[in-house]
Ligand binder design. Structure first.
Ligand code: SF4
Length: 188
């Protein structure tokens, strides 16, 4: 729904906060989701996502959501599917070159980003659409990516901790060997 899509852009700040909260909730339930299996949940979650985001953003289920970097304006509604827009044909008043009755999704996105806490992300260069992900749930994808990121960070922290513990152990053993030698030399 075009009017609802525009409403979402006007309320981008509130939606950004909702998404941040949702991300924390998704991370909270990630272990349970892993136990059930992402592949089992793919269809039902994608169906819910399609309804919710379809209503709010006219989501086309590209499977690699970038709303948080595009001012809550879905770039897949651009008739040219430009993920790094706008094109050079924006009409006077910010209207689309191809659909003159529609506002350019990137003009909308720029206004939405201006209201957002992390609105500067609109400057991030987006990858081309991976059509293999079409129809898949972005929510589950984000959950998988964030969980993997957290696991990597925990691994790095564990490795750094064990390296520093090893270094401390090596240093103290070298010091005690040195002190032992010195004490021996003193007794001679
Ligand atoms: S960027 Fe993709 S997943 Fe996000 S709202 Fe648009 S079509 Fe849907």
């Amino acid at each position: 729904m075009y009017w609802l899509r525009r409403w979402s852009v006007r309320h981008s700040r509130a939606l950004e906060a909702t998404y941040q909260l949702m991300e924390r909730c998704l991370l909270g339930i990630a272990p349970a989701v892993s136990r059930i299996g992402h592949s089992r949940l793919e269809k039902p979650v994608a169906a819910v996502e399609k309804v919710v985001k379809g209503a709010l953003f006219d989501c086309q289920m590209c499977g690699q959501c970038v709303l948080s970097s595009t001012g809550m304006s879905c770039p897949m509604n651009c008739p040219k599917s430009i993920r790094n827009g706008p094109c050079g044909g924006v009409r006077e008043g910010g209207f689309c070159e191809v659909k003159p009755e529609m506002r350019c999704v990137w003009v909308e996105g720029w206004q939405g980003a201006a209201n957002m806490q992390n609105g500067a992300q609109i400057a991030t260069v987006q990858f081309a659409v991976d059509h293999r992900l079409k129809g898949h749930s972005s929510w589950l994808r984000v959950m998988r990516m964030k969980t993997a990121e957290l696991a990597d960070t925990a691994d790095i922290a564990r490795t750094a901790h064990s390296d520093s513990s090893q270094l401390i152990a090596d240093t103290s053993s070298q010091l005690s060997r040195k002190h032992g030698t010195t004490a021996g030399e003193d007794r001679e």
